[in-house]
Unconditional design. Structure first.
Ligand SMILES: *[C@@H]1O[C@H](CO)[C@@H](O)[C@H](O)[C@H]1NC(C)=O
Ligand SMILES: *[C@@H]1O[C@H](CO)[C@@H](O)[C@H](O)[C@H]1NC(C)=O
Ligand SMILES: *[C@@H]1O[C@H](CO)[C@@H](O)[C@H](O)[C@H]1NC(C)=O
Ligand SMILES: *[C@@H]1O[C@H](CO)[C@@H](O)[C@H](O)[C@H]1NC(C)=O
Length: 372
């Protein structure tokens, strides 16, 4: 090999990655819903997450409501950490050395109602974390060899606590409540969220990474159900009421983050503006290499939404006398939306790279993101 070329390669390797956030934590603890679920609901209630979920990256279903990796998975990659195992998965490789994932699909901030998909609301997830930590410390005290599988005592204080939840509270409320009733519920949801975050702090958590809510009104399911009358659609062609609720939720979540930071100066609270990243992606999809912003890749019914409430991604059933399948599109990377409710791996990768650019974080990453 030409030696000049070789030296150039080394220099490039040594250069800091442009526009890339340099952050690292020894462990990550994740709380949330299906946006961050790496197999918790599948393990916890045997929820069927069948094919074609997982097909793009894992080549098989991997407990994720996605064709591949989630935002949380890409962020783990950026920290050179393995994907985080679900707390509830009793038959996976028992490795929690770099953290534990408590997020489950369908979870709400408010306590789960009897008919909820997931019983693991935020309060339960926090309680599970507290038990997890107590068990880890107890086991480590008795058997040092378990260090190989469990987070160290220090990594609870040094780790990152990633929280992304609340979308199902708002989403679910719209099925039975008026717009103003939904908006009035937001402070109650956030007060419950704050209680949980405070409990984590009392347990020694210091680094918080709080994702805000994406544009809920842009999910194909929401448009199919609530956007039939075009007067309900906003400038993104999404359901305006749901997007307004997400924005109001985010405004109050942002205030909560700032208040928490002010009350607990020892904490480092970072608010991540997922809404702006996702709405930019939906408005400007072609600029980012996508061809479909609002149609589900995996669904039934064809464009514009390719979504039918009667049949979920991966299902085959008789509709109106004909056997039909809600299968995946052949060109997944051209779609922003995967199954009507969740984003594709390609979209998640875009969102993660935008997060890592640092532009959507508050405070911005010129403050020290490293634990020292
Ligand atoms: C990233 O952070 C680590 C730990 O603080 C530091 O050693 C490394 O030099 C940083 N890298 C860049 C490219 O800034
Ligand atoms: C759509 O909504 C507008 C404004 O609320 C209303 O006047 C109109 O009748 C609705 N159209 C249909 C087809 O329901
Ligand atoms: C779409 O891109 C334009 C130009 O970059 C930008 O001004 C606009 O804010 C973007 N739309 C959204 C919804 O972010
Ligand atoms: C069922 O099929 C008939 C005949 O093709 C069609 O007119 C009707 O709209 C269909 N109904 C539904 C709910 O798809």
């Amino acid at each position: 090999m030409d030696s000049t070329f070789f030296i150039l390669q080394i220099l490039i390797y040594l250069l800091p990655k442009v526009n890339s956030l340099n952050f690292s934590y020894p462990s990550v603890f994740i709380f949330g819903d299906s946006n961050s679920d790496t197999g918790g609901l599948a393990a916890g209630i045997a929820f069927p997450v069948g094919p074609p979920n997982g097909q793009t990256f894992f080549q098989e279903p991997a407990g994720r409501f996605c064709d591949g990796r989630l935002i949380a998975d890409f962020l783990m990659d950026a920290m050179d950490l393995p994907f985080i195992n679900p707390y509830l998965d009793s038959v996976a490789a028992p490795d929690f050395q770099n953290g534990c994932n408590f997020a489950t699909g369908g979870s709400t901030v408010l306590p789960a109602k009897a008919n909820a998909i997931s019983p693991f609301s935020f309060g339960i997830q926090v309680a599970q974390f507290i038990r997890f930590k107590a068990r880890v410390l107890e086991l480590l005290a008795n058997d040092k060899k378990l260090q190989e599988y469990l987070p160290s005592q220090d990594s609870f204080g040094q780790g990152l606590y990633m929280i992304d939840i609340g979308q199902n509270d708002i989403d679910g409320a719209y099925y039975s409540k008026s717009d103003s009733q939904v908006l009035a519920l937001i402070p109650t949801i956030l007060s419950e969220l704050q209680n949980g975050i405070k409990k984590l702090y009392e347990e020694g958590a210091r680094n918080f990474w709080i994702h805000n809510m994406g544009p809920l009104g842009c999910l194909p399911r929401i448009i199919a159900i609530f956007g039939k009358n075009t007067s309900k659609l906003d400038e993104l062609q999404c359901v305006g009421s749901h997007n307004q609720a997400a924005k109001l939720f985010n405004l109050q979540l942002h205030a909560l983050s700032a208040d928490f930071q002010a009350e607990f100066p020892e904490a480092k609270v970072i608010y991540v503006d997922i809404y702006s990243i996702k709405s930019d992606l939906i408005a400007n999809y072609s600029q980012y290499g996508f061809k479909q912003a609002l149609a589900a890749c995996c669904g039934y019914g064809g464009l514009p939404l390719n979504f039918d409430t009667r049949i979920a991604c991966g299902e085959t059933k008789v509709l109106n006398g004909t056997m039909v399948t809600a299968g995946a599109c052949s060109n997944t990377i051209e779609y922003v939306n995967w199954d009507g409710n969740h984003y594709t791996e390609a979209a998640n990768q875009h969102v993660s790279s935008q997060i890592l650019s640092g532009k959507y974080l508050d405070p911005p990453p010129n403050v020290d993101l490293h634990f020292s």
